[in-house]
Design a protein around this ligand. Structure first.
Ligand SMILES: *[C@@H]1O[C@H](CO)[C@@H](O)[C@H](O)[C@H]1NC(C)=O
Ligand SMILES: *[C@@H]1O[C@H](CO)[C@@H](O)[C@H](O)[C@H]1NC(C)=O
Length: 422
């Protein structure tokens, strides 16, 4: 039996057990050390900014800035250790978290201690780093380009550039700052897309990854169906033309209006709350089991966080073209940029980092058939793990009531195994 086969057998056994410090975390929740599970004050958590929100729950929080090779200034967030001086030998492996679209590092914390994956990992003894994509509210800066001046080039990027330039810059920074040579990577949705882009365009980064956990992995989108995006995608090119005529380059940027709408219409007791849930379900798949409607004001207090129009258009291309390839600029510009009329595909066999895929039957955006194809083409797939609850949906990987039990515990166990192996 090969080493990998032995390893995978262990993996299968470990997959079902709670994370090593699950009892400890449960105990903290039980004794109310966190001030309750999830949020202890919805309106407060909806209005606090991210650093204050994390500090309110007594976790250490650091903000770092990284400049990419093309001048974008990205805000990185760090929770260097758990809340109650919890100490695993003081030597903490580094884990890097990458958010989805069109959100921010707030994805990993807004559900509160005991539920947000960043807190859980910190309490499990990890040094937690969180990235932010160029253009979102924490990374809306550049050494020379102004995001508020139309057509000056700031918004000329899709998730291709995020994978090729932002991720390497942030990963190098986290490694350098901690004096390590490799880290764990956990991506959600677009946070997985950009990882696969990096692994194929910058393959030298694969060796800096101890393990990669793709939650709701998005690469191929051929089988995305019955979804609002599939209705829009065929008009992608026309919409891009229209957007450019109108000078629209940025969409879904964070605005007080979302916070306000959340407070007025989505709070517990508001008759309109089911409507708020319905909008989330429309985009992210229907699953009432995992949805805690009380938390919508917190979500809207921090989400969306902004992105470029091209980021969305690139996903549209994945849906209509049924391939996972670089941004399609149109024939002439493609020839200029890539030397081919059609953009080149991302070569997934070059993604040689050990990748674990976590997915669900109920996810309308990371469809099982597409996940299977991704799994087959990856350079070093370690395993694919379907969530036991078939209705578990896209955002449930981040905000689901049982995300810890159904997904994170498994992820943490795999990370420990990979740490042992290292
Ligand atoms: C939903 O969120 C509220 C507010 O944080 C919390 O009190 C409640 O326990 C949560 N419900 C579930 C089922 O987790
Ligand atoms: C961690 O453990 C070390 C050595 O056991 C101890 O000196 C230190 O105070 C602990 N740190 C925290 C934050 O509890």
């Amino acid at each position: 039996m090969s080493v990998i086969a032995v390893f995978l057998s262990v993996v299968v056994i470990v997959a079902g057990s709670p994370s090593p410090h699950a009892d400890y975390i449960e105990e903290l929740i039980r004794t109310n050390a966190f001030g309750g599970r999830i949020s202890d004050n919805i309106l407060e958590d909806a209005t606090l900014d991210l650093p204050d929100l994390v500090r309110k729950y007594n976790y250490p929080f650091e903000e770092h800035f990284v400049t990419t090779e093309d001048g974008y200034i990205l805000g990185m967030h760090r929770i260097p250790h758990g809340r109650v001086s919890y100490n695993v030998s003081g030597d903490r492996p580094v884990v890097f978290l990458m958010h989805g679209w069109p959100t921010s590092s707030s994805d990993h914390v807004i559900m509160g201690p005991g539920s947000g994956i960043a807190y859980i990992l910190a309490d499990e003894g990890y040094d937690v780093w969180m990235g932010n994509t160029r253009g979102n509210s924490f990374s809306r800066k550049h050494i020379s380009l102004n995001p508020d001046v139309p057509r000056n080039g700031f918004w000329e990027f899709s998730w291709d550039e995020i994978g090729e330039r932002d991720l390497p810059a942030m990963i190098d920074y986290a490694l350098q700052h901690t004096g390590r040579s490799a880290l764990h990577y956990i991506g959600f949705s677009q946070g997985t897309t950009v990882f696969f882009v990096m692994g194929s365009l910058r393959p030298e980064y694969n060796k800096k990854i101890i393990s990669m956990h793709a939650m709701a992995p998005v690469a191929y989108m051929e089988h995305v169906k019955d979804h609002i995006f599939t209705k829009i995608a065929p008009y992608g090119r026309d919409l891009m033309t229209l957007a450019s005529l109108l000078g629209i380059e940025e969409i879904l940027s964070h605005h007080e209006i979302f916070t306000l709408l959340g407070r007025l219409f989505c709070i517990d007791g508001a008759k309109t709350q089911p409507f708020c849930s319905a909008i989330i379900f429309l985009i992210a798949g229907w699953n009432e089991n995992q949805h805690n409607a009380s938390t919508i004001p917190i979500i809207l207090g921090h989400t969306p966080a902004g992105c470029s129009v091209k980021q969305m258009a690139h996903f549209g291309q994945s849906i209509t073209d049924k391939e996972f390839r670089r941004y399609d600029f149109g024939l002439l510009q493609n020839l200029q940029k890539y030397g081919t009329p059609i953009p080149p595909s991302y070569d997934l066999s070059k993604v040689t980092a050990p990748v674990f895929l976590h997915y669900s039957e109920g996810d309308p955006l990371a469809v099982v058939a597409d996940v299977d194809r991704l799994f087959k083409e990856l350079g070093r797939p370690m395993g694919k793990f379907k969530v036991s609850q078939s209705t578990f949906s896209h955002v449930d990987f981040m905000w689901g009531i049982d995300a810890k039990k159904m997904v994170y515990d498994k992820v943490i166990n795999f990370m420990r195994l990979m740490d042992l192996k290292n």
